[in-house]
Design a protein around this ligand. Structure first.
Ligand SMILES: Cc1cc2nc3c(=O)[nH]c(=O)nc-3n(C[C@H](O)[C@H](O)[C@H](O)COP(=O)(O)OP(=O)(O)OC[C@H]3O[C@@H](n4cnc5c(N)ncnc54)[C@H](O)[C@@H]3O)c2cc1C
Length: 392
């Protein structure tokens, strides 16, 4: 087993770091910072940055060359994802990763020709429309209906937690096309133009200040050409797309960033006249967290190397994402404990320790425990698929 990157991989990491340091220089970040947007930047800046990512060839880095991608392997994709997360870059969400990969795998030739070039140049935004008010972890309980009518389907129902739908040009929408089939078998996927009549937006604000849209569909007419793949096969496409998504999710970038920020805070914050970092109790806890961080790093590259060797990791990916997210939560929680009496002050408040960023992330990342395959569900996957334990 080799634990180091090749010269080419190290050179690629340097290129990515140079690009990110240039495009996310402190004065640029300060000018465009917006804690109420999901990515932490105002939307115009996200679009500009996405165009630059595309010009750099990073958007299609893992796509086949036939679709204008760079066809690079999973280790390069991991390096890019890691550095993007470490630098807090806006951009590589599902719209640019697993949705185009799913279009390439399951879409019609016409859909590929229409959508892939536009995604590759950063021209369009697509939101993920799976969750509903009564369908979260159990996605197969979704109720939105798509009824065939001539050359169209008519979509009616509500989507919840639709991240960034307020900015989206299209929705990647799961809807029920057969009410009589078993729950998993009557679902289809659509790429819906958000300008169609009958679509309206609502929403709410999370405790970290992030606006979360809800999207209602009232008799929305969608041409049959906007169906992805075969009717009633949506569940299989969703599972396939989730695999594309998880591949780079376990990268250690966000955990490394949270850890480095915490160490910096401990170095620059005085308690009883001495830097926090001089306290042996603090040192001990930081050493424990660093050990966890190293485990995250090794696991993520272990999973990446399986992909690069043509293997199909399954529970291994769940394990790597779980350990990563639990480590981030542990770092965030220790950071919040160290912040002292002003812990509740938010970004923008002059008295907020560490500019309020640590507590913002502590609140924001609580969703790791329950969303996108939260901790309990991920443990179930590892137990049944990894350890072969019986289903409870
Ligand atoms: C910040 C954020 C962004 C999101 N973005 C999107 C998006 O863009 N598009 C989209 O479609 N959705 C999105 N979601 C929705 C997200 O995927 C759901 O929140 C998630 O599926 C959980 O659903 P729920 O909130 O209804 O919780 P529930 O499903 O009600 O779960 C509640 C709790 O019960 C646990 N639980 C549920 N079932 C089981 C089980 N079988 N075994 C063990 N434990 C279980 C869960 O882990 C959780 O802790 C987002 C959510 C958040 C918080």
């Amino acid at each position: 087993m080799r634990f180091t990157l090749t010269d080419e991989q190290r050179a690629f990491r340097q290129d990515v770091c140079d690009f990110l340091s240039r495009e996310l220089a402190p004065e640029i970040v300060d000018a465009h910072h917006d804690p109420n947007e999901a990515r932490g930047y105002d939307w115009d800046f996200c679009l500009t940055f996405r165009n630059k990512l595309a010009a750099q060839g990073y958007v299609g880095i893992g796509w086949p060359k036939a679709y204008g991608g760079a066809g690079r392997d999973m280790i390069d994709q991991l390096i890019l994802a890691e550095e993007m997360e470490y630098h807090g870059a806006p951009g590589m969400d599902g719209s640019l990763t697993y949705i185009p990969q799913a279009i390439m795998a399951y879409g019609s030739e016409e859909q590929k020709q229409h959508f892939i070039p536009q995604i590759a140049t950063g021209a369009i935004t697509i939101f993920l429309g799976y969750s509903e008010p009564e369908a979260g972890s159990d996605l197969s309980a979704l109720r939105m209906q798509a009824v065939a009518d001539g050359d169209d389907f008519i979509l009616t129902g509500d989507k919840a937690f639709s991240s960034e739908a307020q900015h989206a040009d299209y929705g990647w929408i799961a809807a029920r096309t057969d009410l009589d089939a078993p729950k998993h078998r009557g679902i289809s996927l659509f790429l819906v133009d958000m300008n169609r009549p009958g679509i309206s937006l609502g929403g709410f604000t999370t405790m970290s200040g992030w606006h979360h849209p809800t999207v209602s569909f009232d008799q929305v007419r969608v041409p049959k050409t906007d169906l992805i793949g075969e009717v009633n096969q949506g569940w299989y496409y969703i599972m396939g797309a989730i695999d594309f998504e998880r591949a780079a999710l376990g990268n250690p970038g966000m955990a490394s960033h949270a850890f480095d920020r915490l160490v910096s805070h401990c170095k620059h914050t005085l308690r009883h006249g001495k830097p926090l970092i001089d306290d042996p109790v603090v040192q001990h806890r930081l050493a424990e967290l660093y050990t966890d961080l190293e485990a995250v790093r090794l696991m993520s590259y272990w999973v990446g190397s399986m992909h690069a060797r043509g293997l199909q990791p399954q529970h291994e990916t769940s394990l790597s994402v779980l350990v990563k997210r639990e480590t981030i939560r542990a770092i965030d929680t220790y950071g919040a404990e160290l912040l002292g009496p002003h812990v509740e002050r938010r970004p923008g408040d002059a008295l907020a320790p560490a500019d309020g960023e640590m507590v913002h992330d502590y609140l924001d990342r609580m969703y790791f425990s329950f969303a996108a395959g939260g901790f309990d569900i991920t443990r179930n996957v590892i137990a049944t698929r990894g350890l072969g334990l019986p289903r409870g």
